[in-house]
Ligand binder design. Sequence first.
Ligand SMILES: NC(=O)c1ccc[n+]([C@@H]2O[C@H](COP(=O)([O-])OP(=O)(O)OC[C@H]3O[C@@H](n4cnc5c(N)ncnc54)[C@H](O)[C@@H]3O)[C@@H](O)[C@H]2O)c1
Length: 245
Amino acid sequence: MLAGKIALITGAGSGIGRAACQILSREGAQIIAADQNESNAAQTIELLSGSHHLSVSMDVSNSSTISQALSSIQSDVSAPPNVLVNCAGITRDEFFLKMSEKQFQEVFDVNLKGTFLVSQAVCRNLVEAKLSGSIINIASIVGRTGNMGQANYAATKAGVEAFTKSVAQELAGFSIRVNTIIPGFIDTPMTSTVPDKVKQKFQHLIPLKRFGKPEEIAEVISFLASDRSSYVTGTSILVTGGLAT
Ligand SMILES: NC(=O)c1ccc[n+]([C@@H]2O[C@H](COP(=O)([O-])OP(=O)(O)OC[C@H]3O[C@@H](n4cnc5c(N)ncnc54)[C@H](O)[C@@H]3O)[C@@H](O)[C@H]2O)c1
């Protein structure tokens, strides 16, 4: 399904990003696993079969590390990435009245500014090379519903969705599709610190009565990365086990 695709995945050292690398490579894509934790990204590559995949160090909130990573990719890969999965994300949970400017800024810098910076760098290369592409941004159900203790995170994820819709309109003329996936609650290191009591409360609300697996997000990423979704752009797909907004 993805033969001939070169997929750059940020946040590839863990959770959903790692699962996306596994599923996209299974479908034939060449994988570039990017993470600020380079050794975790390298471990992701070790899980894949084939020797043409590579890992790069990238802090998505820092434009110079993005340029460096893209230059190093250029020297190893024949063409610019034509699939981008913006999966890098962080939480810095705190109740609003206690939230520091730093906690707000850090989450903003990675989740929203990071999505902007990496998308812009990749899309500029695609437009220059006159190539089509698919950008997949990872938002969150919390960006639609809000969540106690996550005013910073929820705001960035709502921003990712609005950003996606705008960029999709601008890039349609360049044959670059841009879509959002909205996961519900997924079992990854990000949610491993959620207390059991809170997890049970959420599970009860989810029609499928369980948290999702990272692979279940990655399968939808794979569809959006492929030409099977060639008429899908500027939209959001909920992958929430039935949790509605
Ligand atoms: N797990 C969930 O329930 C859930 C739900 C909705 C949305 N999401 C979103 O899915 C994405 C992946 O989350 P996950 O659950 O796999 O989390 P995770 O913590 O398992 O993985 C996140 C990865 O991002 C990397 N990262 C963090 N900051 C970075 C930076 N500045 N530059 C590059 N890499 C960076 C981390 O090193 C880590 O490898 C995130 O955007 C998250 O907000 C997760």
